[in-house]
Design a protein around this ligand. Structure first.
Ligand SMILES: CC(C)(COP(=O)(O)OP(=O)(O)OC[C@H]1O[C@@H](n2cnc3c(N)ncnc32)[C@H](O)[C@@H]1OP(=O)(O)O)[C@@H](O)C(=O)NCCC(=O)NCCS
Length: 170
């Protein structure tokens, strides 16, 4: 992992880590040292485990699309990992806020910043997948003007159906 982390371009690491977070917490791009905490949040909130190499590879593909929220002490309390696999489209691959930090607007800040990054990149649309049972996330995404565009039968590893949601970017 050390070798992979060191291959991240130096300007990116400097920009992401050079300033202390302002009071109240802040958002910044992911850096490899965030990985243990991000994986902890994924395990708790999304009940998934992915190899570290996956996160590192995705973060190199679109560094601005992988955002973390940090508390005033600099601890990671949430993240949003976006990718661009389809032309002019951004896809949210993972998105979660630490349980003890939810309903304080952190998710909204992450989503707002992600939509800004998509616009800056000239993307026309963003998509995501969500469990049909995840009422909290469905409400959250609807508030951000995402609409259900497809039912994905048996999409999740435990057999649960998913919704694909999308929103156009003005
Ligand atoms: C979905 C998720 C990321 C939202 O993160 P969050 O930080 O709680 O999001 P916010 O605080 O911005 O918004 C959540 C709710 O709290 C409310 N809220 C935000 N700040 C608030 C405040 N200061 N006081 C009271 N309520 C507040 C919002 O209005 C929102 O309510 P609504 O969605 O019913 O409109 C989070 O619930 C989560 O991590 N869930 C588990 C993982 C998950 O399901 N991820 C999505 C998979 S597709």
């Amino acid at each position: 992992m050390r070798c992979i982390a060191e291959s991240v371009p130096a300007p990116y690491l400097l920009r992401a880590g050079s300033e202390p977070p302002p009071p109240g917490g802040s958002l910044r791009p992911f850096v490899p040292s965030d990985l243990p905490r991000v994986m902890e949040i994924v395990a708790e909130a999304l009940r998934e485990h992915y190899e570290p190499a996956l996160y590192l590879s995705l973060s190199r593909q679109w560094p601005e699309g992988f955002l973390v929220a940090v508390d005033p002490d600099g601890a990671v309390v949430g993240f949003l990992l976006g990718v661009t696999q389809v032309e002019r489209e951004g896809r949210i691959l993972m998105f979660a806020v630490d349980r003890g930090h939810r309903t304080r607007g952190i998710g909204a800040r992450l989503m707002t910043a992600f939509l800004d990054r998509c616009r800056e990149r000239g993307l026309a649309r963003t998509t995501l997948e969500v469990r049909v049972s995840n009422a909290t996330a469905l409400r959250f995404y609807t508030r951000f003007r995402y609409s259900v565009v497809d039912l994905l039968r048996g999409y999740y590893s435990d057999g649960e159906n998913g919704y694909q949601m999308a929103r156009d970017l003005p």
